[in-house]
Design a protein around this ligand. Structure first.
Ligand code: ZN
Length: 314
């Protein structure tokens, strides 16, 4: 029987990570925890189902063994990856390939288009988004000369902002930012610049300049998106993007709201508050920090409570 599937996240230590993910009720493995892989079927960190008949199974296995839960899809791999990122320090400046380039150069990996919902950030926070080079030659020249201030575009951010980051966009989250990321299921990153930082052993991290230059979109294209907001009953639904790779929404529930989804499976991440999901007479309580997949064929369900949930589907 179709029912909501709660997932156990996987945590990743990063040199730029911190302890901010504790606010989601997580026990962190390290004081430099940078990433929570919340809904993942990627081999580098698949999440595990914790309830119902599939408890103990990882999402990649479930995808292979129970394709009916996902509408018997054609694709070989679960296409999405949801993360929460704690940028306690600046992340390296990076760029990701598209599907075609990754397929040819990264052992058949997917490309990586991603998007960010800013859960929280410090006052006056910003991030790096795009570059100012007009031609590839100029891009190469600025990188070789290390003219980072001139080359990199900085954008101010605030909580509640949403950014669509297509493959080929040079970007970096900066210090003091807590982000929910929805992305293609890929772990391929080309590092352009790392502020000349050294790790515990005194080593610089690798850069991948040739590949980065190959895949960077020149000139930079801004992916402007104006969120659409729809109010009904006790829920406000914000549509952030409907792209070729994923659609992303925020459901802000204050009270009781009815939903109906049958053909799509949904990925849900609770980023604020708590509530319950009622389906087929069963009540599933949830709270901030929970991540759930609603399989294909859910049909009618109801959400009660006061909560904000980021919802996505391919
Ligand atoms: Zn990235």
């Amino acid at each position: 029987m179709v029912q909501p599937l709660f997932l156990k996240p996987v945590f990743k230590e990063r040199i730029w990570g911190g302890t901010a993910l504790k606010e989601f009720g997580y026990h962190l493995p390290s004081d430099k925890t940078g990433e929570c892989w919340a809904i993942s079927a990627h081999p580098n960190g698949p999440s595990e189902i914790v309830n119902g008949p599939f408890a103990g199974k990882t999402l990649d296995k479930l995808w292979k063994e129970n394709p009916e839960l996902f509408g018997n899809p054609e694709g070989a791999v679960f296409p999405l990856l949801t993360k929460i990122l704690d940028a306690n320090m600046d992340l390296s400046v990076q760029v990701h390939p598209d599907d075609t380039y990754a397929m040819a150069n990264e052992n058949g990996e997917l490309g990586k288009t991603e998007c960010w919902y800013i859960i929280d950030c410090k006052d006056d926070a910003d991030m790096i988004f795009g570059h100012n080079a007009k031609t590839k030659e100029e891009l190469v020249e600025q990188i070789e000369e290390g003219n980072w201030n001139e080359l990199l575009r900085r954008v101010k951010i605030k909580p509640g902002d949403f950014f669509y980051v297509p493959s080929g966009t040079i970007h970096a989250l900066c210090e003091g930012t807590l982000v929910l990321e929805t992305q293609q299921s890929s772990d391929t990153t080309y590092r352009v610049y790392d502020y000349d930082r050294k790790d515990d052993q005194g080593n610089l991290r690798d850069l991948h300049l040739d590949k980065a230059i190959d895949v960077t979109t020149v000139p930079h294209k801004d992916a402007e998106s104006t969120p659409g907001i729809e109010e009904k009953e006790d829920v406000e639904i914000t549509t952030f993007t409907k792209s070729d790779f994923f659609s992303v929404y925020k459901w802000n529930v204050k009270g009781s709201a009815a939903f109906n989804f049958s053909e799509k499976y949904l990925l849900m991440s609770v980023i604020k508050g708590q509530g319950s999901l009622i389906h087929n007479g069963e009540t599933y309580s949830f709270e901030k920090g929970n991540h759930v997949i609603l399989p294909v064929g859910m049909g009618d369900f109801e959400i009660n409570g006061e909560c904000e949930v980021i919802v996505s589907h391919p």
